[in-house]
Design a protein around this ligand. Structure first.
Ligand SMILES: NC(=O)c1ccc[n+]([C@@H]2O[C@H](COP(=O)([O-])OP(=O)(O)OC[C@H]3O[C@@H](n4cnc5c(N)ncnc54)[C@H](O)[C@@H]3O)[C@@H](O)[C@H]2O)c1
Length: 322
């Protein structure tokens, strides 16, 4: 697909981060956008930002509250957008919604683990299932599934368990790669890409904990305070003299640093993704860190989960994820 003007794009998780920037850039190119998110307020802000530049005549930006891990929500989203966008077809599907957390089989509950897995994997799978007929009905279409570097490297550092997110992202990558041929055989006018971002400056850390805990506040629960103490201990930090307020502050700083100290910001990431779609690249790595990690894992797969690998890689790319 060489240009997006006059097309219709569906974006999941359009409320913040890369989803918001995809919406803004698509609208700027004259593409209609239908987005879903669990946060109505966040989508209202995305819509406002899209409308700051005067929308071309007749361009539609619609927002729909839906949890991508629940198939009935996605079906309702599809039916609403068909009515509001007055269409029976779409050209672009960005399965972008995702959260982190719930990473340990030992310290997290099964519910937390499955929440992350069901959003990051289930949301992509159900998104494709739900929208495939509308994509096939278009004369050309493209599915863009967001995995992560955690789709080829199942770690976020030596001090944190990361099983739910990594399994989900590996699944997204495998699914999308296999989809290439399924589409080639059965719907050759529909293409697909898997997106693998490195560290991108977004509010995913604070958004994820809010979605995991079902709370709008930034205050950590007693269990989260305990988990943060354990993580810091794993990093060799003595938390005994620290009050719970100190721990709370460290957690807030971590979320802020994740957003502000990233090597690639969300708007730059969205541009890389859209350029990748236009170039019909099936694998879209986002950020120099993602490219370097991809090379290193291929060069020395046996060492990928050793402390030396992590140290040398993070020193090279300047990751400070904590
Ligand atoms: N930020 C990074 O460093 C990074 C790196 C690799 C991959 N990713 C992936 O990129 C995608 C976008 O993440 P981001 O960094 O922009 O995060 P973000 O938190 O800024 O945006 C994600 C959006 O998805 C929404 N969302 C979460 N769960 C949802 C659900 N069940 N149903 C509908 N909407 C839901 C959130 O409310 C939020 O608006 C995610 O899939 C994430 O896993 C992010």
């Amino acid at each position: 697909m060489k240009d997006f003007a006059g097309k219709i794009a569906v974006i999941t998780g359009g409320g913040t981060g890369m989803g918001r920037e995809l919406a803004r850039q698509l609208v700027a190119e004259g593409c209609n956008v239908a987005m879903c998110d669990v946060s109505e307020a966040a989508m209202a802000e995305t819509r406002r930002l899209c409308e700051v530049e005067k929308l071309p005549q007749g361009l539609r930006v619609t927002t729909h509250v839906a949890d991508v891990s629940i198939e009935d929500h996605l079906k309702r989203f599809r039916d609403e957008l068909a009515e509001q966008q007055k269409t029976d077809r779409i050209h672009l599907l960005f399965n972008n919604a995702g959260i982190g957390g719930g990473g340990s089989l030992f310290t997290n509950t099964r519910e937390q683990w499955e929440r992350t897995f069901n959003i990051c994997w289930g949301g992509v799978y159900l998104g494709v299932r739900t929208f495939l007929p509308m994509l096939v009905a278009a004369d050309e279409a493209h599915i863009v599934n967001t995995a992560s570097v955690n789709g080829f490297w199942a770690s976020i550092g030596m001090n944190q368990a990361h099983t739910a997110y990594s399994s989900a992202k590996f699944a997204v990558k495998g699914f999308t790669e296999a989809l290439i041929n399924d589409l080639r055989l059965h719907a050759p006018h529909v293409k697909c890409s898997v997106v693998m971002p490195g560290h991108i400056g977004t509010s995913i850390v604070s958004n994820s904990r809010k979605i995991q805990t079902g709370s709008e506040t930034d205050s950590l629960t007693p269990n989260e305070i305990l988990a943060t103490r354990q993580r810091l201990k794993g990093m060799g930090i003595d938390t005994a003299p620290m009050s719970d307020d100190d721990i709370q502050k460290i957690a807030l700083d971590r979320a802020k640093n994740f957003l502000e100290q990233a090597p690639t910001m969300a708007a730059a990431a969205a541009k890389i993704i859209l350029d990748g779609v236009k170039a019909e690249r099936w694998r879209i790595l986002v950020g120099d860190d993602a490219h370097k990690l991809d090379e290193r894992v291929r060069q020395t797969p046996d060492k990928a989960y050793t402390p030396e690998f992590y140290k040398s890689f993070t020193e090279e790319v300047g990751w400070r994820l904590g």
